[in-house]
Design a protein around this ligand. Structure first.
Ligand SMILES: CC(C)(COP(=O)(O)OP(=O)(O)OC[C@H]1O[C@@H](n2cnc3c(N)ncnc32)[C@H](O)[C@@H]1OP(=O)(O)O)[C@@H](O)C(=O)NCCC(=O)NCCS
Length: 124
């Protein structure tokens, strides 16, 4: 498996009022991981236009290390689609020893110009 785009530890500040991990935080990490990969190939400013159905298969706990792998699936005319797979390395386990799949999703980014309109990828 290739190097992750992002590895980050889930902090108490990333939880909701009940102490469960805030799903929006995980989605924002996935969005960043997708952007890290997309920016390697697209040199315009990028905005997220779409995120496909995300299902959380397993929980993330405070202290777990969230590991986001990102792979470009499709280059369109003005858009780039990145698949993001998310795992956790559980707290108190040796890094890389045990990874559990948490969720996955597809993120579509669009290259925009100064007028914020879509522009062909890497033209100009
Ligand atoms: C992204 C944005 C510039 C696209 O403008 P638009 O006029 O809808 O653009 P288009 O219809 O020409 O589509 C541009 C590309 O996005 C893709 N796209 C648009 N809507 C999509 C959707 N719902 N799902 C997947 N791809 C989509 C199109 O297929 C096209 O890709 P291609 O050129 O590679 O074929 C505009 O919708 C926008 O500014 N959205 C807000 C983005 C933002 O602020 N995101 C941050 C989170 S708030």
């Amino acid at each position: 498996m290739q190097e992750p785009a992002i590895k980050v530890i889930a902090m108490p500040s990333d939880t909701n009022p009940d102490g469960n991990m805030f799903g929006g935080w995980i989605v924002s990490m996935m969005d960043l991981a997708g952007a890290v990969e997309a920016r390697k190939l697209v040199h315009h400013n990028l905005v997220t236009v779409a995120i496909d159905n995300i299902v959380f298969h397993n929980p993330v706990f405070v202290g777990d290390c969230l590991v986001c792998h990102a792979n470009v699936e499709k280059m369109g005319r003005t858009s780039i689609t990145v698949k993001v797979d998310v795992y956790v390395e559980r707290k108190n386990r040796k890094a890389g020893q045990h990874k559990e799949k948490v969720t996955e999703g597809r993120f579509v980014f669009v290259a925009i110009g100064e007028d914020r309109k879509p522009v062909p990828i890497n033209a100009g």
